[in-house]
Design a protein around this ligand. Structure first.
Ligand code: EPU
Length: 359
């Protein structure tokens, strides 16, 4: 049996978990057009090993790979002439505990929000501030998802990753992952894009002595509004869900990829100078003295909130979210992102960087 990634399999059948010429639009939340030459739906680590052995047998260069979760942080710029690994490994269980925490492991393909709900229902709090974030468990560490005062890195005990060329599995600690704001080793070293390593499961550390994180302005306001004095984890989850539903578009109704830019981190001097000219500028001082600004505010002030270019636009209730108004192509997304970046640069001298992955 010879496997040729350009022409498919010669002298044999495709393994049943690999499809050819697959439409990716419906597998992403921005719903941009694009097809993958091959797509493997990965339901077990055994399939990753099988795939690695298949690739080894062919000799020559392995195909380009891209590891896909729910496609909620992805901009398709066209067709992908390679192999998409759609991570669909299921499973979630308590795997241990220590004096401080419950240890809960979940497969990379589990839906993130369902995991949060399930942990809360089991009486293991700690992920409630991250309720309703679209996507999968395996994608959460890649960009270190964060919201309402919590980043997922703070709740991770370890990750299991598979080398997609050898099938070998190794366990990484949070220190190995070099987490930062919307950042990790998987982005820094291009692992995600090159598909060299796929996260197969994540083990969380959920605190036995739990403390409510309610300092984030929108969340505090919502909890007050609901008339709750000492919210428990499920009440915090409800408040987070209410805030998100109010501000962020549901990808099923209005295709989008969440925040389209990082919140820029600038020097204290620049933040101070801008605040003198624009007194309402939101500023979030960082531990190292730098200051994080609100990209949504900068975009709104630059006149782009609710404004369209082609078939895409910046969302009317949250200017940081780029939305597909229907039938858009990747090139339109790039054109709008460039226009918004130029407007913010011109007005504030601040450079925005896109947050999703471009394929
Ligand atoms: N703002 C505006 N106009 C806008 C949007 C925001 O003036 O159109 C102002 C707000 O009034 C507020 C500040 O900007 O003063 C921050 O806004 P918000 O609280 O809505 O949060 P964000 O900084 O825009 C970040 C994350 C979100 C996360 C929220 C809540 C990034 C890139 N985005 O948004 O994450 O849900 O905080 O923690 O860090 C995502 O990554 O996809 C995402 C939605």
């Amino acid at each position: 049996m010879t496997w040729d990634w350009k022409t498919g399999l010669r002298g044999g059948e495709l393994p049943d978990f690999i499809e050819r010429n697959v439409d990716l639009a419906a597998r992403t939340t921005l719903a941009l057009p694009g097809r993958a030459a091959f797509l493997a739906t990965i339901r077990s680590t055994a399939q990753l090993l099988q795939l690695a052995q298949l690739t080894q047998r062919t000799g020559g260069d392995p195909p380009r790979r891209f590891v896909l979760g729910a496609g909620s942080n992805l901009v398709l710029t066209g067709d992908f002439d390679g192999l998409v690994l759609q991570m669909a490994i299921a499973g979630r269980q308590l795997v241990g505990e220590d004096a401080e925490s419950w240890h809960v492991r979940a497969g990379a393909g589990e839906n993130w929000h369902q995991l949060v709900n399930w942990t809360l229902a089991q009486g293991w709090p700690g992920l409630e501030n991250l309720s309703l974030i679209p996507g999968t468990v395996g994608a959460a560490p890649v960009q270190n998802i964060g919201a309402y005062g919590l980043e997922v890195a703070e709740r991770i005990l370890s990750l299991d990753v598979c080398d997609t060329l050898t099938g070998e599995i190794s366990r990484l600690t949070p220190a190995d992952c070099r987490f930062g704001y919307r950042d990790s080793l998987f982005k820094q070293q291009g692992w995600h894009l090159e598909g060299r390593r796929a996260i197969v499961s994540v083990t969380f550390r959920l605190p036995k002595v739990w403390r409510a994180l309610t300092a984030y302005a929108d969340l505090a306001t919502e909890i007050d509004r609901q008339g709750v004095r000492h919210p428990d984890a499920r009440q915090i989850a409800s408040a987070v869900i209410a805030v998100r539903r109010r501000k962020l578009p549901d990808p099923a109704a209005v295709p989008n990829a969440g925040s389209f830019f990082h919140n820029p981190v600038v020097s204290a001097a620049l933040a101070q100078a801008l605040a003198e000219r624009y007194p309402t500028l939101p500023r979030y001082p960082q531990a190292d003295g730098a200051v994080k600004l609100a990209a949504g505010w900068l975009i709104e002030q630059s006149g782009w909130k609710g404004r369209n270019l082609g078939r895409v636009g910046m969302y009317e209730k949250q200017a940081l979210v780029l939305v597909n108004r229907g039938g858009a192509h990747g090139a339109e997304v790039i054109a709008l992102a460039d226009a918004v970046r130029a407007a913010v640069r011109e007005r504030f001298g601040v450079e925005l960087t896109p947050e999703p992955v471009f394929l």
